[in-house]
Ligand binder design. Structure first.
Ligand code: PRP
Ligand code: URA
Length: 209
């Protein structure tokens, strides 16, 4: 079933997220921990992936087994989304990866698109849109719109920290999309940052500030 909001609230993920939120955490630990959380989340995010039955000859007999029925495509929103890709593809090594480049205009907070490239199999695949931060929701809503225009039907969003404003916007504009978050925070501040959040994820990930 689509259109669910799943907030993990998992002890291991919460522990790692506490490290990421800490303003004293530097680039190395921030990057490594984001990837680790990506891997932990991937296990649960893939719980409902469709499977098909296959017969496998074991050394003893023939076993009825289940294998993935569809391709999985991970689509990080550049830049910060890249930080979760390694963790997710560690669990799904056959996943293909598309990229969409967006940045928020600092005045309007609206997303500006500067890059898009997707695997050809994407229309029939299960697509995971990945971006650690769901603030106003503008970036995720835009990325999903781009994918739907290309004919993609099966889309989930995977993020780290969300604000209620962003969740509401995604649910209103894309009610068919599952939302997976490690944590749901309080609100946005006047600059469109998540409170308490973890600051600017792209800058902390790449050391650009
Ligand atoms: C950040 C973040 C999300 C977006 C979330 O990206 O990584 O993509 O903002 O905000 P929204 O929900 O209000 O759209 P940013 O624009 O800072 O670009 P960057 O990842 O390249 O740093
Ligand atoms: N983008 C970020 O990186 N952090 C926020 O809090 C909001 C948008």
């Amino acid at each position: 079933m689509k259109g669910k909001l799943i907030v993990f609230n998992h002890p291991l993920i919460n522990h790692k997220l506490a490290l990421m939120r800490d303003e004293k955490t530097g680039t190395k630990d921030f990057r490594q921990t984001l990837s680790e959380i990506g891997m932990l989340m991937a296990y649960e995010v893939t719980r409902d992936l469709p499977t098909k039955e296959v017969l496998v000859k074991t050394p003893v007999d023939v076993a009825k087994c289940q294998t993935l029925a569809k391709e999985v495509v991970v689509v990080p929103i550049l830049r910060a989304g890249l930080g979760m890709v390694d963790g997710i593809t560690a669990l799904i090594p056959t996943a293909k990866v598309g990229h969409i480049g967006l940045y928020r205009d600092e005045e309007t907070l609206e997303p500006k698109e500067y890059y898009a490239k997707f695997p050809t199999v994407i229309t029939e695949a299960t697509v995971l849109v990945v971006d650690p931060m769901l603030a106003t929701g503008g970036s995720v809503v835009h990325a999903i719109k781009v994918l739907k225009k290309r004919g993609v039907k099966d889309i989930s969003y995977v993020g780290l920290v969300g604000a209620p404003e962003g969740v509401k916007r995604v649910q209103e504009e894309h009610p068919d999309v599952n939302i997976f978050l490690a944590a749901l925070d309080e609100k946005l501040n006047e600059k469109g940052y998540i409170v308490p959040g973890l600051g600017d994820c792209g800058d902390r990930l790449y050391g650009t500030k």
